[in-house]
Design a protein around this ligand. Structure first.
Ligand code: GDP
Ligand code: ZN
Length: 458
């Protein structure tokens, strides 16, 4: 597979000023020579690698497009193979024609993610870095982008490698003790072994704890603002938008007319559900009623339930309160600027131990406290996301779980007096699970699954 030369359109589909076609593999340079004619009587050989060449893509006598081409000689390229990139006009037809010509000249169409897969297989990136490439492309918020960027720079890899080094050091001692049981120089007593493994376990748990925050920062905290009509949901939304530096993104859904709105609360992207309904003057969502509210609450990570301080608790409020189940929820008492009528003790019996925040959306009071509460929920007990190593990917999270499980087994084995050979097996499992994150110990099948989720041309 790796000796085939691959090609694909690497720029986004649709019309654009520039389109990029990438070729990677042994034949990339020859294909470039076959299809690209530099202008002004120059030859491709006149150019040194990694300099832009101006000219035309020619199919025989027919000029297909005026382009800029660049040749990146192995190993100084994204894939560490010979790579040629052709910048042509960004229309669908010119891209397709040039790609077709390249395929006719001896390349094969790249599979999704195949360039990055080669970069990984050729040792340019480890697996977590390769995955970060896709996360960067897909990032929709500042925080998901910066986590991915950090992961690409090797923040997570470095942490995992350090953990692996600890495992290796412990394993080395264990092996020496197994191989030379009677020599006492390098012998590791069970006590020391246990202590070291315990320490390793703690470090892994530290990293694992970031997964909760990491997932939220990567995907956004899906949030629903619930409450009966007129309690001030739209006003609260506006107050939050006003407070947050900016609406991070406004992404029209493709399948439904749902607009996903992100607001940035202390670096946490809240992905607001059903704001289209909340924001419209018609209050579509509110008309649809309890059933719809139930569905929204079910799929949300966080519910902000709004009650009206100036009115008594109504059966509608109670109906919504009862939908909460064990959802993460912040109960918001709005309109605290008005004469109070709501019996706050009565609410307490419905909300369990949940936080109650008193605000006035109209006067923008209490909003800061609400934001603090949200941040507290997300960051609770875990490190802030500025930390260089953070787990944001479910696959990494599962691998960490396995590593932690195996380290636990290891300690149990020591405590129950298992022979060192058995303890060694558990330690090797820790090693392998950590290696799944960086891709040192990962099956071909899993690689295929991971890279098939990439977009074409990356
Ligand atoms: P929604 O139906 O839940 O979205 O509620 P709206 O945000 O549309 O607000 C309903 C009414 O309550 C509007 O007339 C708002 O101006 C008013 N309102 C919202 N928040 C407050 C508040 O904190 N204090 C007061 N006095 N009025 C508010
Ligand atoms: Zn509304």
């Amino acid at each position: 597979m790796m000796d085939e030369t691959i090609a694909a359109i690497s720029s986004a589909s649709g019309e654009g000023g520039i389109g990029i076609i990438r070729i990677s593999g042994e034949r990339a340079y020859d294909i470039c020579k076959a299809i690209f004619v530099p202008a002004a009587g120059k030859a491709i050989e006149d150019y040194s690698p990694r300099t832009m060449m101006y000219g035309h893509v020619q199919d025989g006598d027919i000029a297909l497009d005026e382009v800029l081409a660049v040749y990146m000689k192995a190993p100084h390229s994204y894939t560490k193979e010979d790579v040629v990139e052709i910048n042509c006009h960004g229309g669908y037809i010119s891209l397709r024609k040039i790609l077709h010509l390249i395929l006719k000249s001896g390349a094969r169409l790249a599979e999704p993610g195949e360039f990055t897969k080669r970069a990984f297989l050729n040792g340019r990136l480890d697996l977590s870095q390769a995955e970060a490439v896709m996360d960067i492309i897909k990032a929709k918020t500042d925080s998901s982008h910066s986590i991915a960027q950090n992961q690409l720079e090797g923040g997570l890899s470095a942490k995992v490698r350090a953990l692996k080094a600890s495992v290796a050091a412990i394993l080395a001692h264990v092996e020496v003790s197994i191989d030379f049981p009677e020599e006492d120089i390098e012998e590791i007593t069970m006590g020391v072994l246990r202590e070291k493994t315990e320490q390793l376990l703690e470090e892994m748990q530290e990293l694992y704890k970031t997964a909760h925050t990491g997932k939220i920062l990567r995907d956004g905290l899906s949030t629903v603002i619930a409450g009966k009509p007129n309690v001030g949901k739209s006003s609260l939304l506006n107050a939050l938008i006003g407070e947050s530096r900016a609406i991070v993104t406004n992404i029209p859904g493709t399948t439904r007319d749902v607009i996903e709105e992100y607001i940035n609360i202390k670096g946490i992207p809240l992905r607001l559900v059903d704001t289209a309904g909340i924001r419209s003057t018609e209050d579509v969502v509110e008309k649809i009623g309890v059933e719809k509210t139930r569905q929204s609450i079910e799929t949300a990570d966080l519910v902000m339930l709004v009650l009206d301080a100036s009115e008594k608790l109504s059966s509608e409020d109670i109906e919504i309160l009862e939908l909460l189940g064990d959802k993460k929820c912040i109960v918001i008492i709005n309109k605290t600027d008005l004469a109070p009528a709501l019996d706050e003790k009565e609410i307490a019996s419905y909300v369990g131990g949940r936080s109650i925040i008193r605000i006035s959306a109209a006067e923008s009071t209490g909003i800061r406290e609400l934001e603090n509460e949200i941040a507290e929920m997300v960051y609770s007990g875990s490190v802030a996301y500025e930390s260089s190593a953070i787990i944001s990917n479910v696959r990494h999270k599962h691998a960490m779980e396995k590593a932690i499980g195996a380290a636990g087994e290891c300690i149990k084995g020591i405590d129950s007096g298992m022979p060192l050979d058995f303890v060694e097996i558990d330690l090797k499992n820790v090693w392998d699970s950590l290696g799944e994150i960086t891709g040192d110990t990962v099956s071909e099948d899993l690689l295929d699954v991971i890279f098939s989720q990439f977009c074409l041309g990356k």
